[in-house]
Ligand binder design. Structure first.
Ligand code: PLP
Length: 487
């Protein structure tokens, strides 16, 4: 048997490179990184997607590392969106800070166990400290903590499960519960309501003002109506930066109503939360940070460092004001885990989320924060808001119709040409921009109207990027408005 074991070992040792093999892997990966990063300046933000049929279908075929990297360059990097590009101005960009990339590398390399304090006290401490830091940014008290999630969707889900359990709701009561949100809430909120089993609850769509913010007066009326009808107002979901237009709901007024009617108040700040730290003047509202007044009165909050902190995908956060309720909704015990109970100086992520074994995603956030500090991030956030305002003014001058003055770094606009259907014209304009590919933008439909969006949140997006996009739009207009010549 020993002989067999040793021969198997000889084969399985292939998975543990050393010496020259190790060096070669590293230098090839390093070269891949170098050429990728240096291509970002001149590179495309989007490339038309050819069919992927017949490509990348060799998951179990061995090949040399260099060959595999070539295949990735060819079949992965040459197609679709390049989210690392500063030209990514669609959906909600982020980027992928290189220091965060290294954090991921080190997290994966050391494979620290970030699920349980007993096993990975350093990793868990780092993650909990990051969550406490986020709580401080949001003016949450010491009783709060939360969880580093894979993104905003799971963050919202954890918050709703916590709210449901905190209210002690049983399935039979779900259909009497009322949940309040606007038509502009992110679709993952609806998804989370369904996944947490509460799709039978009454979902109330609250009216919005002309800037797509929740109308608190309508919220109040609907709550009162539901009370009168014998229903139970349960949860209100506000957005601190909607995906479509970056609108920030009136948090303070919503907090007042949640408080006086006993609702759980959740804020989806997945996109916009970090802009709370910005001190720009903001019209009649005072300063940007004032838009967020009242966010500290929420019971739970979702915020996405893989958007606002420019980190690679896979890092969101949920903050829960009364962490005891989050713990009660998520902890579990198992015999084979009994030793872990011997040291609970810190709460463990596995007791605050659905995950047990989890990626040590916190290192990706910790490293850039330690290296650069809050002020550098603040500068980037303010830059993004100003770039959006700059774009907003310039696009107006070009004759575009614009949506409301941007609260944050997203705005909507469309060109009203003399001829034809305006929706079709603007769809063609988006297609022109995407086909060009130097930048990428996406569109949306709000209350039946087609709008082009710009979302500025990549750390690689700067003034030159916006000027380039304006130039592409000019070219697009010239192209599309050109009178059709008789043949
Ligand atoms: C992106 C986004 C989400 C979803 O977050 P993911 O990280 O994509 O899961 C939720 N809400 C808002 C406002 C968002 O912008």
């Amino acid at each position: 048997m020993k002989e067999r074991i040793l021969s198997l070992q000889a084969l399985s040792e292939k998975m543990n490179p050393s010496g020259a093999d190790y060096e070669n892997l590293n230098s090839a990966a390093g070269e891949f990184a170098n050429s990728f990063l240096s291509s970002l300046d001149q590179g495309q933000a989007y490339r038309q997607i050819p069919s992927m049929k017949g490509k990348l279908e060799n998951a179990d075929q061995t090949a040399a590392f260099g060959e595999i990297l070539d295949q990735l360059r060819e079949d992965m990097l040459q197609v679709g969106l390049n989210p690392a590009s500063g030209g990514h101005l669609g959906y909600i960009p982020g980027g992928g800070l290189y220091a965060g990339v290294l954090g991921d590398y080190l997290a994966a390399l050391t494979n620290q166990y970030a699920g349980i304090f007993y096993g990975g006290p350093g990793a868990v401490k780092i993650e909990n400290e990051l969550i406490r830091w986020l709580c401080q940014l949001m003016d949450y008290p010491d009783t709060s903590l939360g969880n580093l999630t894979s993104g905003g969707s799971i963050a919202n889900l954890i918050a709703f499960v916590t709210a449901r359990e905190a209210r002690g709701l049983k399935a039979a009561e779900f259909e009497n519960q009322c949940i309040y949100l606007t038509a502009q809430v992110h679709h993952c909120v609806h998804k989370a309501i369904r996944i947490c089993g509460m799709q039978e609850a009454k979902i109330r769509t609250v009216a919005m003002d002309e800037r797509f913010r929740m109308d608190a007066t309508d919220l109040e009326q609907q709550i009162k109506q539901d009370h009168k009808a014998g229903l139970r107002p349960f949860l209100v979901v506000a957005s601190a930066g909607t995906t479509d237009t970056g609108a920030v709901d009136p948090m303070d007024r919503i907090a007042d109503l949640a408080q006086s009617h006993g609702l759980w108040f959740h804020v989806d700040a997945a996109y916009g939360g970090f802009f709370k730290m910005v001190d720009l003047e903001q019209g009649e509202s005072g300063y940007t940070r004032d838009l967020f007044k009242g966010i500290e009165r929420s019971d739970s909050l979702a915020i996405d460092p893989h958007k606002g902190m420019f980190l690679s995908y896979g890092l969101g956060a949920v903050l829960i004001k009364d962490v005891a309720s989050q713990y009660k909704a998520h902890y579990y015990r198992a015999a084979y885990m009994q030793d872990t109970l011997s040291n609970q100086e810190e709460l463990s992520p596995c007791d605050l989320s659905p995950e047990l074994t989890k990626h040590f995603r916190g290192l990706r956030m910790w490293l850039p924060l330690r290296l650069y500090g809050l002020d550098v991030f603040k500068a980037a956030w303010e830059e993004k808001i100003l770039l959006c305002r700059y774009f907003y003014e310039e696009i107006k001058k070009m004759g575009f119709e614009t949506g409301p003055f941007p609260d944050l770094s997203v705005c909507i606009y469309r060109y009203l040409s003399e001829q034809g259907d305006p929706d079709a014209f603007n769809r063609a304009l988006v297609e022109y921009v995407v086909r060009d590919g130097r930048v990428f933008v996406s569109s949306t439909t709000i209350e039946g109207v087609f709008w082009i969006r710009i979302a500025i949140l990549s750390f690689r997006t700067h003034l030159s990027t916006i000027d380039l996009y304006l130039e592409i739009l000019r070219e697009g207009l010239y192209h599309l408005l050109k009178p059709t010549r008789p043949v």
